[in-house]
Ligand binder design. Structure first.
Ligand code: ATP
Length: 392
């Protein structure tokens, strides 16, 4: 158990004077998993990372690694290592000495620390650069040196603070694949902080979406993207249209709702059905929408379910699909991502009157922040216990 990188946050709160940076968070990250903390600037993700590393102390709550509380332990005694976005390499030391540095401060002899440094440099294919100075390396190579330097102490947990943000798009894609490969190879726990949605879902086993110091949802990358728990997560992750309305009928596995404009939507329900009169939120993936030119007068669309009429506001080619943004009177813009072949068969123009349609089975009922939005009350803690990562 001593080497286990199983992390548990138990009701952790962190205040900085008047700022509540982390608000009573509980989260379990199993040993050997790749977890991304994702959220907008200021949501508290770096503070969580720094508390796990030992650079900040929780105001309340406990942090356990491998089953033991680490609160109060200095960073070097936690079995964690941290990699920063600005690399923080020593400019006057060679690559080899930069990587060996953490062993030097632990009193490991020169021959042994150089041998180990060469080993970890080989892991990131940088062994041929051992004698160079950091300034003689590209940004991507410096990044790998920073990674080697963190890994040389054989941590049970690697903490990565926006590790890819200084790289250009091409290197970022390459490096995130590399991080994933190394995490799998080493089998240790990675906790990676990012504000980039696609980065999180590309690398992580589990994604923790945060907002204002709290966890909105913790689940697998696939679930976060396709089955967001709340309207906040659906909007933040993108790729979804969020619908809201009042329940007017509940029958079997589906409920019908009507919004302020009179539009009717239906959504399947898998667990507890909402009650008639309740305000609910649901979402529909952009790539499940069909958009066609309006052939009949707008009024004929009136009573139909899962249909919205509007005007094409923007058309953007995205390669394999075409993003069509529609202005719908009285509600937020609606977006359909149409397969390129479907769009080319029946092209649309900006200003065209169109209808968007979708199937009830593609609609997903949202929970949680419907309560907060309707009444200003925070949602009950999520009971996310999926794919290993748990939160509340
Ligand atoms: P970013 O993506 O911008 O780094 P973040 O989600 O990592 O944001 P944190 O750095 O964890 O956010 O900050 C959370 C909140 O705590 C912010 O309001 C921030 O201003 C505040 N905060 C963080 N560190 C300190 C500090 N040392 N003193 C005072 N307030 C702080």
């Amino acid at each position: 158990m001593a080497a286990s990188g199983h992390i548990e946050l138990r009701s952790v709160t962190k205040r900085f004077d008047q700022t509540l940076a982390v608000d009573d968070i509980s989260l379990t990250i199993p040993h050997g998993s790749y977890c991304c903390l994702l959220g907008p600037s200021g949501c508290g993700k770096t503070t969580i990372l720094r508390m796990i590393a030992g650079h900040e102390t929780p105001t309340a709550g406990d942090i356990r690694i491998g089953g033991e509380s680490v609160v109060g332990l200095p960073p070097v005694r936690r079995g964690t290592a941290m990699m920063f976005q600005n690399y923080a390499l020593f400019p006057h030391l060679t690559v080899l000495d930069n990587v060996a540095f953490n062993l030097k401060v632990r009193g490991v002899g020169k021959a042994e620390r150089h041998r180990r440094a060469r080993e970890v440099l080989a892991q990131v294919q940088l062994d041929q650069f051992a004698d160079r100075m950091p300034a003689q390396l590209s940004g991507g190579q410096q990044q790998r040196v920073a990674l080697s330097r963190a890994l040389i102490t054989e941590p049970r947990v690697l903490l990565l603070d926006e590790p890819l943000s200084a790289l250009d798009e091409f290197l970022r894609l390459q490096m995130r694949g590399e991080l994933r490969r190394i995490q799998r190879e080493l089998g240790i726990t990675f906790v990676h902080v990012t504000h980039t949605q696609l980065e999180a879902i590309a690398v992580a086993d589990a994604v923790v979406v945060m907002e204002e110091g709290r966890i909105e949802q913790a689940a697998s990358a696939h679930e976060i993207y396709t089955l967001p728990a709340t309207a906040y997560v659906a909007r933040f992750m993108g790729g979804q249209n969020v619908l809201a309305g009042t329940v007017i009928a509940v029958n079997g596995g589906a409920v019908t709702l009507v919004d302020g404009t009179g539009a009717r939507f239906a959504t399947p329900v898998t667990s507890t059905a909402p009650a008639k009169g309740q305000e609910i939120f649901c979402c529909i993936r952009r790539d499940r929408i069909k958009v066609e030119k309006l052939r009949a007068p707008l009024s004929s669309v009136g009573e139909a379910t899962n249909v919205l009429a509007g005007t094409v506001h923007a058309i953007e080619y995205q390669g394999s699909y075409v993003k069509v943004t529609i202005d719908v009177p009285g509600r937020e813009q609606f977006v359909g991502n149409l397969p390129d072949h479907a769009f080319l068969t029946a092209p649309l123009d900006i200003g065209d009157a169109v209808v968007a349609r979708w199937a009830t089975e593609d609609v997903h009922l949202l929970t949680g922040d419907s309560t907060r939005t309707a009444t200003g009350v925070r949602p009950l803690p999520l009971e996310a216990q999926r794919d290993g990562v748990r939160s509340r």
